[in-house]
Design a protein around this ligand. Sequence first.
Ligand SMILES: [Zn+2]
Length: 313
Amino acid sequence: MTAIGVDVGGTSVRAGVVDSRGAILDTARGATPSGEAELEDVICSVVGSLAERHPVDAVGLAVAGFVANDRRTVMFAPHLAWRAVPVADRIADRLGLPVVLEHDANAAAVAEYHFGALRGARVGLLVAIGTGIGGALLLDGTLFRGAHGVAPELGHLRLVPDGRPCACGKHGCWERYCSGTALSATALDFLAQYRGRSTALAREAREPGSLTGRKVAAAARDGDPIARRAMAELARWLGEGLALVADVYDPELIVIAGGVSESSPLFLDAARDHYQSMVTGAGHRPLARIRTAHLGDDAGIVGAATLAIESGA
Ligand SMILES: [Zn+2]
């Protein structure tokens, strides 16, 4: 069987034809428009172009947003137009193909479980660190979604009382200290404290909004001391958050995914140390192994397609 997996993100819609072994046979992509109807047009267009070239049995959509427990409806997606929209049925009607819908971190976890870094984990947790934090929990290969389909919402655990404000309305959420966006915010805080020192990072930060997490990571790689301090802060908060999450779920394996994971040599060892020092009962219990994801950007596409194939569509 083959299916088309579609990763519907805030900036692009990426699709791939995927076989039952997780191999991507062909790809297509389009830019994410702001309107609801236009977004559905782009999805149907990229899927249609692939379906013309390959026989496919079903379509899986991985969406950065809350998916209802029936997995037919997107309830809310901060960077997409859908608000309580029956996306799966609408797209299925237009394409004439069965469609399954899944949260993007869940789809990535399914892909990593079948073909990547979560393989064989009985209790496996995926923490995707990009613009924010997405989480997914797999129990014996089955996604745990909670009673209403939104678990585990890890990024908005409050780690810092009265901390940085978050778009969710709270203060001090984990992703405000441990994400690409957080890396930039922390570096800007440090630059303000060390004003007058002319570093390459300070030059990058002259234009408001120009210092991205990616640029901070690149500067840290080049040895910039402020970027390295910002990276050490990210490592600390990653370790603290993982210790909290491990106390709740006691996972066997934690996989760090998302764009920030590409810089893992700069923070993962330090994060592990913080995790081991903060987890309850350290030294007297087995600890989860922590490693980085294997499938990179393709995990959403492969996972969504695998769920479509598994649904027997
Ligand atoms: Zn929040």
